[in-house]
Design a protein around this ligand. Structure first.
Ligand code: DSN
Length: 434
């Protein structure tokens, strides 16, 4: 049948730039922003071109409600294979028997886990958001805090103690024995220290709780052997796939318990989600495949080495860190205790000045922060994305120096301009993966 030119104009083979120049330009600008700034938000990374190719593929076109072999629509044969590969690789990577790769995000993975394992009104135990926890671990504005009953365990707040800023495991035990939560959560979004999963399991067994680890932040370190695994200690493990794990934006739930696995599957679909994002699941499979390679072990190790080096660089310039250091991929500058800040610099000031210089971080509350979450007394800084670009200890020392100069100058224009130039030069030497 003959087609007129307007039909031809609408064919989907045209480039984004010709179909939608506005969006195309914005994406191009964002690409440039990423290329020429230092991405130091601890939860972000630069994923591989292979992952992006999978996520940008034709797999976005299909509905696949259900699970491999049990779908509601026809035409899912290739999708079954993709999802089975993603599951198989996730299980191999984390050393577990069951994985649900369908959660659209970490928040969805956590919500499904609550839905699977708790009844409305049940008590669970976690760290509160302002001390480094997560919105979905019982914040009063989140479903987890509205529909369930959180009790929060403390960190060690006493600066005189050697474990200052660490989880107070004895207090966790005491709290759990008092409240007998049905679920105990370990895993955080702003905690710079190792998690003792074994100790948590002892506490969970003593108080009769299910132990859930949310390893969203440290998943890549666990996968690469640079942090102890939550298995076999935890009953259920949730994560995102896009932070240290360096995959596409998404969630994942894992367990070794067949009964929990059945409940999780039902809670994800049809309990809380509809059609899975199969293009993203393909990206997850690619990411798990990449993380199973030896190079990823070296990457995870370097992330931690770089964080230690940056922490040392900042501390040697008198910037205080929560818990006085880091064991993982992130650190929290505590501006209240930092001499050069003199009690005047807020997290908002600091992250804003750093942003102007092309160093991208986020303001973050520190334990017992009296400032609001929109102001804060801390800055969270992470090394996953810079390590992906190939940064090593020498560059981390340069970055510590740049951060120090920007903050000491209180964001002075000439310092910002100078540091911004140095950032661009560093970025040229270490391009993003293409
Ligand atoms: N927003 C994420 C983070 O930055 O840690 C957690 O969901």
């Amino acid at each position: 049948m003959p087609q007129d030119s307007s039909t031809l104009d609408a064919t989907p083979t045209q480039t984004l730039a010709s179909v939608d120049p506005q969006i195309s330009k914005l994406i191009h600008s964002e690409q440039e922003r990423q290329e020429f700034t230092l991405e130091m938000i601890a939860s972000e990374n630069h994923t591989s071109p292979a992952v992006m190719e999978a996520v940008g593929s034709c797999l976005t076109n299909k509905y696949c409600e259900g699970y491999p072999g049990k779908r509601y629509y026809s035409g899912c044969a290739f999708y079954d294979e993709v999802e089975k590969l993603a599951i198989e690789r996730a299980c191999k990577l984390f050393g577990c028997q069951f994985a649900n790769v369908q959660p659209h995000s970490g928040a969805n993975a956590n919500m499904a886990t609550f839905f699977a394992l708790l009844d409305i009104g049940d008590t669970f135990c976690s760290v509160e958001l302002s001390d480094g926890g997560h919105l979905t671990h019982g914040s009063p504005v989140n479903i987890s805090g509205k529909w369930y009953k959180p009790v929060h365990y403390p960190l060690v707040y006493d600066e005189a103690r050697p474990d200052f800023g660490f989880i107070d495991y004895d207090a966790v035990e005491k709290l759990c024995m008092t409240h007998k939560p049905r679920l105990l959560i370990c895993g955080y979004s702003a905690y710079p220290r190792k998690i003792d999963f074994n100790r948590f399991r002892e506490i969970a067994d003593k108080c009769g709780a299910i132990l859930m680890a949310d390893i969203a932040h440290i998943a890549g370190l666990v996968a690469g052997g640079s942090h102890e695994s939550p298995f076999p200690h935890c009953h259920v493990v949730t994560t995102t796939t896009h932070k240290t794990l360096r995959g596409p934006r998404g969630g994942l739930v894992m367990t070794n318990d067949p009964e929990i696995a059945k409940k999780i599957d039902k809670a994800v679909f049809p309990g809380s989600q509809g059609g899975p994002l199969m293009h993203v699941i393909a990206g997850k499979a690619v990411c798990f495949g990449e993380a199973l390679r030896d190079e990823f072990k070296a990457y995870a190790k370097q992330v931690v080495t770089n964080a230690a080096s940056l922490a040392k660089g900042l501390q040697s310039r008198d910037w205080a860190l929560a818990s006085n250091g880091t064991d993982n991929h992130l650190m929290l500058m505590d501006l209240r205790r930092s001499k050069p800040a003199n009690g005047e610099i807020t997290g908002k000031d600091a992250s804003g000045w750093l942003d102007n210089a092309g160093i991208i971080t986020n303001k973050n509350t520190v334990a017992r922060d009296e400032r609001s979450p929109m102001v804060t007394s801390g800055v969270r800084i992470g090394t996953p994305a810079l390590t992906t670009r190939g940064f090593k200890e020498d560059q981390m020392e340069d970055v510590a120096d740049m951060i120090d100069r920007v903050l000491r100058s209180r964001g002075a224009e000439n310092t910002i301009r100078k540091v911004r130039g140095e950032v661009v030069e560093l970025c040229k030497q270490f391009p993003m993966p293409h």
